[in-house]
Design a protein. Structure first.
Length: 172
């Protein structure tokens, strides 16, 4: 009887140990995958029509202007941004736009849902961002510089996005 209890305890401890090791491997894999995705995003090669407009909050505007040290004499600036699906939001589809770890804003809800549906079989679904060119229009009001609007080089119809995506890792 004592031998049976010792065997059961050893099996339970062995199972718990194996489970913790596997959980550590899974977390390490997720971390390395996220780093790979950030270093190798999909590239969107568009027609530079800038058909999608993005709303940006005032604190994000100030941080953006300060981080990039933009001046009053610059009216239109072009920068690459990352369009990224937020994985935590399972009940509704949200797609955010970031630049240098600063969240600029969120893509319109209907557009985001359609975009995620079109890119369902790609790595975008699990967190790989899309690198997109953005047009920042600066303006001044009462001697205060602000970002009047941001336009993304994404088509009006999100079904066309998949046709213009490039995966740089597959080309090598």
């Amino acid at each position: 009887m004592l031998v049976l209890i010792v065997v059961v305890i050893v099996l339970v401890l062995g199972f718990v140990l194996v489970q913790r090791i596997d959980q550590g491997r899974w977390h390490r894999y997720q971390f390395e995958r996220d780093i790979f995705f950030r270093n190798h995003p999909y590239q969107y090669v568009g027609n530079e029509q800038f058909e999608q407009q993005l709303l940006i909050s005032k604190p994000a505007q100030r941080k953006l202007i300060n981080d990039f040290m933009w001046k009053n004499d610059q009216q239109v600036i072009y920068k690459k941004v990352l369009v990224l699906r937020e994985i935590e939001q399972q009940q509704r589809t949200t797609v955010k736009v970031i630049i240098r770890e600063l969240t600029l804003g969120y893509v319109e809800q209907d557009y985001a849902a359609s975009l995620c549906q079109q890119l369902q079989s790609t790595d975008f679904e699990i967190g790989r961002p899309i690198e997109v060119l953005a047009e920042f229009t600066l303006a001044t009001r009462k001697d205060q510089l602000y970002v009047s609007h941001i336009k993304l080089d994404l088509p009006f119809d999100p079904r066309q996005v998949k046709l213009h995506l490039l995966d740089a890792t597959k080309e090598k």
